[in-house]
Design a protein around this ligand. Structure first.
Ligand code: CP
Ligand code: NVA
Length: 298
């Protein structure tokens, strides 16, 4: 039984297979010769908002021959306090796979354990593995192998996105630089667990210098709304803008997992100048999701 719960636990060979298959799923969209989810019904159980992840999984599951059922966590008994392990044991007896977006990483892990069906982490407070798989696929589509390249993450360096990048970096042999104020730097425990070449600094200019990819994410992640004013104050300045782009390599890519808040983590001019990359990255969620789904059932 395969689950995608965390990039930390994804073997390198599987990482590479998913990336290779995503290329094929993109090229053969509309003409897939296999329907790996034929006869299956997958449950999407989401406790947080989503545009890209929800749409890419719903379309992807259907295009691979499966049926999909979207469950807003507030509309099912989970929202009224039914334990995750009971919910998992019910859904696991009816559905063939689950895609879960929630708060605690332990909830996704518990769901996988008790449901006994392939379970995919569609974002938790700790990780967003599907997004980083897509990001790497997108980088390689534009620029070739990411091994040996410099990826600079600017902003909230302790949220799910940089953490998934941290686990990817060591496995794929890229240099990851995280530029964040000290309040929002990743924990030393995560850095130790991941290994690899990771530089954490508060100096965003040094981190951007010579980078192949500048990457950012929102300053206020879902679930952190109560801290919004303080976060905006502390993170102010940790922005991808034209001044920062000039420090990176001349052909550096700029990416954003979206949704974007112009004037906060990225300025409007830089966002629009890189819209083709950013929306290709968004589209690539679909192709990568298919590769992930196919991997879980093969
Ligand atoms: N990037 C991403 O996961 O977007 P959604 O929150 O819209 O799914
Ligand atoms: N860090 C962001 C990612 C959104 C895709 C969040 O958790 O809200």
């Amino acid at each position: 039984m395969k689950h995608l719960l965390s990039l930390e636990k994804l073997p390198v060979a599987d990482f590479e297979k998913i990336l290779r298959d995503a290329v094929v799923f993109k090229k053969e969209r509309g003409a897939h010769h296999t329907q790996p989810l034929a006869g299956q019904t997958w449950a999407l159980m989401f406790s947080k908002s989503s545009t890209r992840t929800r749409v890419s999984f719903e379309v992807g599951i259907r295009e691979l021959g499966g049926n999909v059922m979207f469950l807003n966590a507030n509309d099912i008994q989970l929202g009224r306090g039914e334990p995750i392990k009971d919910t998992a044991r019910v859904i696991g007896r009816m559905a063939h796979g689950a895609v879960i977006r929630t708060f605690a990483q332990s909830d996704v892990e518990e769901f996988a354990e008790f449901s006994k069906i392939p379970t995919i982490n569609a974002l938790t407070d700790d990780e967003h593995p599907c997004q980083v798989l897509t990001d790497i696929f997108t980088f390689e589509e534009f620029r070739g192998p990411i091994a040996g390249k410099i990826v600079t993450f600017i902003g909230d360096g302790a949220c799910n996105m940089p953490v998934s990048w941290i686990f990817a970096a060591a496995k794929l042999g890229l240099e990851l630089r995280i530029a964040a104020p000290k309040e929002f730097q990743p924990s030393s425990d995560i850095l130790k667990r991941a290994g690899g070449r990771i530089i954490v600094t508060a100096d965003l200019n040094a981190a951007a210098s010579g980078a192949d990819l500048l990457y950012t994410d929102v300053w206020v992640s879902m679930g952190k709304e109560a801290e919004a004013a303080e976060r905006i104050k502390i993170l102010s300045g940790y922005q991808i803008n034209q001044k920062l782009v000039k420090l990176a390599k001349p052909d550096a890519l700029v990416m954003h997992c979206l949704p974007a808040y112009r004037g906060k983590e990225i300025d409007a001019e830089t966002f629009e100048a890189n819209a083709e990359t950013i929306f290709t990255q968004a589209e690539n969620r679909l192709h990568t999701q298919k590769a992930v789904l196919n991997w879980t059932v093969s």
